[in-house]
Ligand binder design. Structure first.
Ligand code: ADP
Length: 159
């Protein structure tokens, strides 16, 4: 069974992330979307909320699992019998960072491959942080996040 892991902060999930999830789900038997727990970074949503939002928008896909993890990604991969790390690439700036991470992960475990999927052009500008900025200042986020979670984001920002 070919199992891939798509790791990230997903604070919150955007249409750009969902696009990568839908496309990679077609290529693998199972895709685990794994929310990275970073104690140093307090996000807008806590880890449980991020997992819930991802579950909400991936309901239509049956080979997706949503989880969270801390520590080394390669260890998490082994624990879950996953062989491939999926990364989304938007711009050259993403490439440099992902290239370095892929080499480090390869050094740690030679059996694990990193595959980068190019963003769909319509989401090339989209990141969780730009989405949060637009939402915070009352801009329209309809094209940026899946419809099912628009209210969750608006509610969170009202608090
Ligand atoms: P963000 O940069 O949005 O805060 P994350 O840390 O949650 O993203 O990223 C998780 C993964 O999703 C990374 O591999 C990132 O490059 C990818 N990604 C994020 N936004 C997009 C997008 N619009 N198109 C393609 N890939 C994306």
């Amino acid at each position: 069974m070919r199992i891939a892991v798509y790791p990230g902060s997903f604070d919150p999930i955007t249409k750009g992330h969902l696009d990568i999830i839908e496309r990679s789900a077609k290529v693998f038997d199972k895709l685990i979307v794994a929310v990275l727990i970073n104690p140093d970074k307090k996000g807008l949503f806590n880890i449980e909320e991020r997992v819930e939002l991802i579950e909400k928008v991936t309901n239509h896909l049956d080979n997706i699992e949503v989880d969270s993890f801390n520590g080394l990604l390669v260890n998490y991969m082994v624990e879950n019998k996953a062989q491939v790390i999926i990364k989304g690439l938007r711009a050259v700036s993403d490439f440099e960072y992902e290239f370095q991470m892929a080499l480090v992960n390869k050094k740690l475990n030679q059996d694990i491959e990193t595959l980068c999927m190019m963003t769909s052009a319509k989401y090339a500008y989209l990141s969780s942080s730009s989405l949060k900025q637009v939402a915070m200042f009352g801009g329209c986020i309809n094209d940026l996040v899946p419809e099912e979670i628009i209210d969750d984001i608006k509610m969170k920002l009202k608090k």
